[in-house]
Design a protein around this ligand. Structure first.
Ligand SMILES: Cc1cc2nc3c(=O)[nH]c(=O)nc-3n(C[C@H](O)[C@H](O)[C@H](O)COP(=O)(O)OP(=O)(O)OC[C@H]3O[C@@H](n4cnc5c(N)ncnc54)[C@H](O)[C@@H]3O)c2cc1C
Length: 455
């Protein structure tokens, strides 16, 4: 049989790969795409989507508590973890089918197999051993959870991959990590009723986020009853009757049902054949690319988490789209990686775009900080002890808003539009000129009159 030839072979059918394959096919390219697990990738199968569904599940518990203050008398409510997991599975299977159908309808041949690079223009499909010639190869293999150092009993721990499919609800869980996935899982398990311990090496959660947001989130997590355990790591895990005994670096011992590691993610570049063609990787194993996603091998491109730039779904999708338009659509463009708005679905959630106060200060330019912390209207009747926090970082000379940071209900929805404003280089005067929408939390963003401090 003669070797098959395609214009594009995409390895990995996640956020970036599916978009690139579909758009390239729409531009007339012959496209094959291999997926070793499930079409849709991390975001759809075991990332953003199931996570947000679990976050919603936890919020109903809050709603049940909050209702009494508004006059509702609610009977005994019961939560069933296995129903949540089963319904989530149904939804992600539906989404997976849509992703596959959209790719196939565009003319992409989807192959259910692991695939590796066998040459600058050759991909090997491992399930059949077939080698396919490709004018271009796109690496869109994403990343996987880091497991940290090999401590005694580390095989007893789970990662986010397994947390989505636990066959029992963890009444007591220890999460190790301080990044967004760690705080999100700590928050959602706590809301669902787990006793949660969060262990992290750093002194504060969410490194890289605005310092006050980090402080406010820690205060809220403590108020919610999460046991914050900074400055420590896990040194051993062992099985005890029905659970796990976890030893920490200070000698403390915690007994839980499950231990979840959320220690960051590692780009999927191992055993991918990249050494055979000399694709350059950085020190963490991410593929090094230029602004259009091209590696040092001109026929091989990469997009998404495997390049470890901004590891978010919408960024991977944009990179895949830009690659396909540029290489196959005769419409070159690049992705602007500045001012990417993002959310953390902690309890309460966070929305952030632009510079933190710390980064703005480090630039050495004078800045004004406008901030406010208040009890949201809903909490007045519910009696819930929670505060909303908002902050604008403003360049003193130009009046341009450099950063916007929000923690509170709907922060993720608000930050999308703040992202539009900052992208237009909105000034503080533009925020001031905008008439408030009342009564909302968002109105505080346009009524911050006096700087909290100038630095
Ligand atoms: C728990 C969690 C929560 C998250 N929440 C959010 C969020 O709220 N918002 C957000 O924007 N982002 C979120 N992310 C990040 C987001 O999921 C990723 O940034 C995004 O999925 C990256 O897309 P990608 O195309 O680069 O890779 P992926 O979506 O990971 O896709 C890569 C695909 O390649 C496949 N693959 C790997 N190697 C091979 C091979 N050799 N052959 C064939 N197939 C292969 C994998 O099986 C996978 O399906 C979350 C991630 C996690 C883990």
């Amino acid at each position: 049989m003669s070797r098959r030839e395609v214009d594009l072979f995409v390895i990995g059918a996640g956020s970036g790969g599916v978009r690139a394959a579909r758009i390239a096919a729409q531009h007339g390219a012959r496209v094959m795409m291999a997926e070793e697990y499930r079409v849709g990738g991390t975001c759809v199968i075991r990332g953003c989507v199931p996570k947000k569904l679990f976050v919603y599940a936890g919020r109903f518990a809050h709603d049940l508590e909050d209702m009494a203050g508004f006059g509702w008398r609610v009977g005994e409510a019961e939560f069933d973890w296995l129903t949540l997991v089963a319904n989530k599975d149904k939804e992600i299977s539906r989404l997976e089918a849509i992703y596959r159908r959209n790719a196939e309808n565009a003319g992409v041949e989807v192959v259910a197999s692991r695939a590796v690079v066998a040459g600058p223009n050759t991909v090997r499909i491992l399930s059949t051993g077939e080698e396919v010639d490709a004018r271009y190869i796109l690496l869109a293999t994403g990343a996987r959870p880091a497991l940290g150092p090999a401590i005694p009993g580390c095989e007893l721990a789970i990662t986010s991959n397994e947390a989505f499919n636990l066959t029992h609800f963890p009444d007591r869980i220890l999460v190790q990590g301080a990044g967004y996935i760690a705080v999100e899982f700590a928050g959602l398990f706590r809301a669902l009723g787990s006793d949660v311990t969060l262990v992290y090496r750093a002194d504060k959660v969410l490194r890289g986020f605005d310092g006050e947001i980090r402080d406010h989130l820690e205060a809220e997590m403590t108020r919610a009853g999460i046991h914050l355990t900074p400055g420590r790591t896990i040194t051993a895990i062992e099985v005890i009757n029905g659970g796990k005994r976890v030893t920490l670096s200070d000698g403390a011992v915690v007994e839980v049902d499950d231990v979840m590691l959320a220690l960051g993610r590692i780009p999927n570049t191992a055993h991918l054949g990249l050494d055979t063609v000399g694709v350059k990787l950085d020190e963490v194993g991410a593929v090094v690319v230029d602004e259009i996603g091209c590696t040092n091998v001109p026929s091989i491109y990469a997009v998404g988490d495997v390049t470890n730039r901004i590891n978010l779904t919408p960024v991977a999708i944009r990179e895949g789209h830009a690659f396909a338009d540029t290489v196959f659509g005769n419409r070159p463009w690049t992705v602007d990686h500045s001012l990417v708005a993002t959310a953390v679905f902690s309890e309460p959630e966070i929305g952030t775009v632009g510079l933190s106060e710390e980064v703005a200060r480090a630039l050495g330019r004078p800045i004004d900080i406008y901030s406010t912390s208040f009890r949201p209207l809903k909490a007045t009747l519910s009696g819930r002890e929670t505060r909303t926090f908002m902050k604008l970082v403003v360049d003193k000379e130009s009046d341009v808003v450099l950063g916007c940071h929000i923690m509170g209900d709907a922060a993720s929805e608000m930050i999308q539009l703040a992202g539009v404003a900052l992208g237009l280089k909105a000034k503080k005067a533009d925020f001031d000129r905008t008439i408030a929408v009342h009564p909302t939390s968002a109105e505080e963003l346009v009524t911050l009159r006096t700087p909290t401090r100038s630095v």
